[in-house]
Design a protein around this ligand. Structure first.
Ligand code: ADP
Ligand code: ADP
Length: 239
């Protein structure tokens, strides 16, 4: 498959602490890449480099690049507008984090940030994103209700719909099912598999079975280094 992004010789420091060490890795288009490895090995840090979340950490610095293809923009470049990066590369977190707003406004959020004013356009995008998040049927008559009334699994699907609304090229998932029960986990895994037809996906998980179920490629990290990378079937077939 074509490349959607590529990390090259990426080092990342929190102050004096080197959290990522020379990471080079391809990210293939319309595929799911799972980042695995023990707690503290740098999975979240690496994921956050893709959409400028690291801007939030004072004292961070990095070397190397992450190119987004085909335009080859360097996602780490401070010259590139972080808002634009986050429209193109959206994130879903471990704990569902809907805003204390209506269901509709949660999904419309990115469009509002982008300055969209056309009501019909926004309504169409919200509906499409909720369908993409497999939530439309459950909430179509409740769009003006507060999102915090939804169940945990519904909230996470709402966060996925919110991530989808700006038609991102990549969606980053940071342990998206760790806070969910097995049924909600199953529906998120199904959704991830469905979504990759349209977007490229990076998912951090500490759950090996989950990595085996949903991913096409696996990156195994240890102490800030990428120790092993390959097709999921090859990695999990190893003795
Ligand atoms: P993982 O996602 O694999 O659990 P993280 O990327 O969260 O790992 O963390 C990698 C390393 O960087 C850990 O040693 C962690 O303590 C450290 N770290 C993470 N965030 C910060 C931060 N904001 N400031 C300083 N050190 C951090
Ligand atoms: P996770 O492992 O799920 O990524 P953590 O519990 O390790 O989350 O970290 C939660 C938050 O604390 C993150 O924003 C992370 O960047 C920050 N953090 C982690 N380790 C450190 C550290 N050593 N110093 C400062 N902040 C840290």
């Amino acid at each position: 498959p074509p490349l959607k992004a590529e990390a090259k010789a990426l080092d990342f420091y929190y102050g004096a602490f080197k959290a990522l060490k020379g990471i080079s890795m391809p990210v293939y288009e319309n595929r799911v890449t799972a980042l695995i490895g023990p707690s503290g090995c740098g999975k979240s840090t690496f994921l956050r480099c893709f959409n400028r979340m690291h801007d939030l950490y004072p004292g961070h610095r990095y070397d190397g690049t992450i190119q987004l293809l085909p335009d080859a923009v360097n996602l780490l470049d401070h010259q590139v507008d972080p808002i634009e990066v986050r429209m193109r590369i959206s994130m879903v977190f471990q704990k569902p984090n809907p805003f204390p707003k209506t269901i509709f406004e949660n999904v419309a959020y990115g469009l509002r940030v982008r300055g969209e004013r056309n009501r019909t356009y926004i309504e169409d995008k919200v509906e499409a994103a909720l369908k993409g998040g497999a939530l439309w049927e459950e909430v179509r008559d409740r769009l003006d209700e507060s999102a915090v009334n939804l169940s945990g699994g519904q909230q996470q699907r709402l966060c996925i719909a919110r991530a989808l609304a700006t038609d991102p090229e990549i969606i980053l998932f940071d342990e998206p099912t760790s806070a969910l029960d097995p049924i909600a986990t199953g529906s998120i895994e199904e959704l991830v598999t469905e979504l990759k037809k349209k977007v490229t996906i990076l998912i951090v998980t500490h759950n090996m079975q989950q990595a085996a179920r949903v991913s096409d490629y696996v990156a195994y990290m240890y102490l800030g280094e990428l120790i092993e990378y390959g097709a999921t079937r090859d990695i999990f077939m190893k003795p």
